[in-house]
Design a protein around this ligand. Structure first.
Ligand code: ADP
Ligand code: MG
Ligand code: ZN
Length: 627
């Protein structure tokens, strides 16, 4: 335990470690509480949104505890990233996973036995292997920290059977270590699962607010999604961003078109080979290509902190997925934008996903039916997100059981002018059509009927003979759908959760037909407005400075120079640029324009170790930019 002794001699406290190794002056709200509990030897479960700083909550105690901390992490890329960051900060850490050759693995394990690493990242599947157990049972394990702990839950998106072994592993250890778990998934089922499956002992469960105030949320409904996205990208040329698509095919199409239109972009989906996936992901992380078009397969384990926007070319299957994917924007706390480009076809695509879900093969029929039902319900809530007139942030927070304010001022709804529109006539027609066709058809048939479409299906069902056929031909179909959604939200109509998604009447439907009953909806004045807003905002506040200030021309130049230096260093060190310094740190440097070490050390994210390594080069770069 030579390394541990060395550490004990240093006698640093948690604040000194925060400053020296990580370069930060203060802990964020819940970090300190969690750290103190861990140091007091108590189990903890920290539920904090992406970018909140969960890693520090176990890394700092790991440096203060007597013994080794094992961090369980689901993905190789995550481990590499974290260990890379720690090494850059001057902390000895290693990972043990299948990316190592046998030789490398034994070498790392040998160093681990000698106590060289206070922090070791390990894949869950390794825990119960003979060699690893031999090491663990003969070492002093102070803490087991489970990152991305929701992977233990079958209800979650990212279930990993390997996580179920963690509790068994802990039981085997001669002395039970402190167990800490961390996740960004807030739902109650998942939280309960984590506590049960990891066998946490009366843990402190700390949930911090899920709001990510630096993220702008927007929903855009336009006919030509591609044009809209292309437009957005043109306005954000220097920024790094992710474009999520629903299917592999869509990824291929969008990526190809963007390349043709002159964008530097790469792609990622499960259909690509391992090598290509890895390469494309690295190109994005190392800022070689600023844009990536991908399916939901991309992202877990992407800690790239300078993602400035996440666009969704299509609506994801539920709010959990959406918030997780959108949340990959702005991890550095700087302003970033999350925009969902909606089309009604997305609902159908997602319904197909739910119906063909193969992940649940191990479940029995009854459980599978429950899961399906639940998925449909979640899809419905996601769809409502695209139609709500309320504050989008508030909608999301309420979904996770939190209460936001009704007005955030930083989402497309809060920033859009609404008008009250009387839709009583449309509502009555829709209800009438549902009733007269004896509640047998789905939303599309109903809308096509009142809109007077002459599709094969309409003819087949003889809906062209329905008394309401074509009675709302002059109203645009998307508007009809908005009203139908509104009626569903307000429970004037109900759409069944089974395979057919049939529109039915409810107890409230009759009220609609009563004399004097009025249905008023808030609708956006111009449908193009949210897009335009987003663009203007993007231009107006490029770098997020306190008080909404923006860079001077000179500071812009300095920022670019610092960024270039960062890229150069990242190449030398073979790490992603954001691991050298985050965008936030560079921004802060531009404002402070430090002249010497002392001033440089006041910049957020500059610690002792990093200063020794690169401080002088950055100081030299800043020279000449002082007033
Ligand atoms: P999470 O795992 O919760 O998504 P990370 O641990 O990856 O988040 O941290 C996100 C970012 O926040 C990192 O760039 C990290 O260095 C930074 N960070 C963490 N704690 C602090 C702090 N106390 N002050 C400033 N920045 C911090
Ligand atoms: Mg994390
Ligand atoms: Zn809002």
């Amino acid at each position: 335990m030579e390394r541990n002794q060395e550490r004990a001699e240093e006698h640093l406290d948690k604040y000194e470690i925060l400053k020296k190794y990580f370069g930060y002056d203060t802990f964020r709200n819940s970090q300190e509480t969690l750290i103190d509990h861990i140091l007091a030897g108590k189990d903890t479960l920290g539920i904090m949104p992406t970018g909140a700083g969960k890693s520090l909550c176990y890394q700092i105690p790991a440096l203060l505890m007597d013994g080794i901390t094992l961090v369980i992490s689901p993905l190789i890329s995550l481990m590499k990233d974290q260990v890379g960051s720690l090494n850059q900060a001057g902390i000895h850490a290693a990972f043990l996973n299948s990316s190592l050759t046998i030789g490398q693995y034994y070498k790392a394990l040998g160093f681990a036995r000698e106590g060289r690493y206070p922090i070791i990242y390990v894949a869950p599947e390794r825990l119960m292997t003979e060699e690893f157990l031999d090491f663990a049972l003969n070492s002093k394990i102070a803490m087991v920290a489970v990152d991305e702990a929701h992977c233990v839950s079958q209800w979650g998106q990212d279930f990993r059977p390997g996580y179920l072994k963690i509790a068994e592993f802990i039981e085997k250890l001669p002395k039970r270590p402190v167990v800490s778990a961390f996740t960004a998934t807030a739902t109650k089922e998942v939280r309960d699962d984590i506590i049960d499956m990891l066998m946490l002992r009366s843990p402190l469960v700390l949930t911090t607010g899920f709001d990510r105030s630096n993220l702008y949320f927007g929903v855009v409904t336009v006919r030509d999604r591609y044009a809209a996205i292309q437009n957005y990208l043109r306005m954000h040329k220097e920024d790094s961003g992710i474009i999520y698509c629903l299917t592999r095919k869509q990824v291929e199409e969008v990526c190809e078109r963007l390349i043709k239109d002159g964008f530097s972009v790469t792609r990622y989906h499960a259909g690509l080979g391992d090598a290509e996936r890895q390469k494309n992901q690295d190109d994005f992380i190392y800022d070689r290509t600023p844009l990536i078009v991908c399916t939901s397969a991309f992202g877990m384990g992407i800690d790239k902190s300078n993602v400035r926007f996440v666009l969704h070319y299509g609506m994801p299957k539920n709010i959990e997925s959406y918030y997780q994917e959108a949340g990959r924007a702005g991890r550095d706390g700087e302003p970033a934008e999350c925009i969902l480009y909606y089309s009604s076809r997305d609902v159908i695509t997602n319904q197909l996903f739910i119906d063909n879900n193969q992940d649940n093969d191990e479940l029995d029929d009854v459980t599978r039916a429950i899961v399906k039902e639940r998925d449909r319900e979640r899809l419905k809530k996601m769809t409502f997100y695209c139609f709500t007139n309320e504050c989008l942030r508030d909608y999301i927070l309420r979904y996770f059981g939190e209460y936001g304010s009704n007005y955030c001022g930083n989402c497309s709804n809060c920033l859009t002018q609404f008008e009250q529109v009387d839709v009583t006539e449309i509502a009555r027609t829709l209800v009438g059509c549902v009733e007269s066709s004896r509640q047998r058809y789905g939303t599309t048939v109903i809308i096509d009927t009142v809109h007077g479409a002459s599709t094969a299906r309409i003819k087949n069902y003889r809906m062209d003979e329905n008394p309401y056929y074509g009675s709302l031909a002059q109203i645009q179909a998307y508007r009809l759908r908005q009203v139908l959604n509104h009626l569903q939200m307000e429970e004037y109509l109900l759409v069944t959760n089974d395979d057919y998604a049939i529109v039915k009447l409810t107890a409230k439907s009759k009220e609609l037909l009563e004399e004097g009953r009025q249905i008023v909806m808030k609708l956006a004045k111009e449908s193009e407005r949210p897009l335009k807003e987003a663009q203007d905002r993007g231009r107006g506040r490029k770098k997020g400075l306190p008080g909404g200030a923006s860079f001077t021309k000179q500071e812009e130049t300095l920022f670019e120079k610092l960024r270039a230096l960062r890229t150069e260093i990242a190449r030398e060190e073979k790490v992603p640029p954001y691991i050298v310094f985050s965008d936030k740190t560079l921004t802060h440097m531009c404002v402070v324009k430090p002249e010497d070490k002392q001033e440089m050390m006041t910049v957020s994210g500059v610690g002792e170790f990093k200063f020794e390594k690169y401080g002088e080069r950055f100081l030299a770069c800043i020279k000449g930019f002082h007033r």
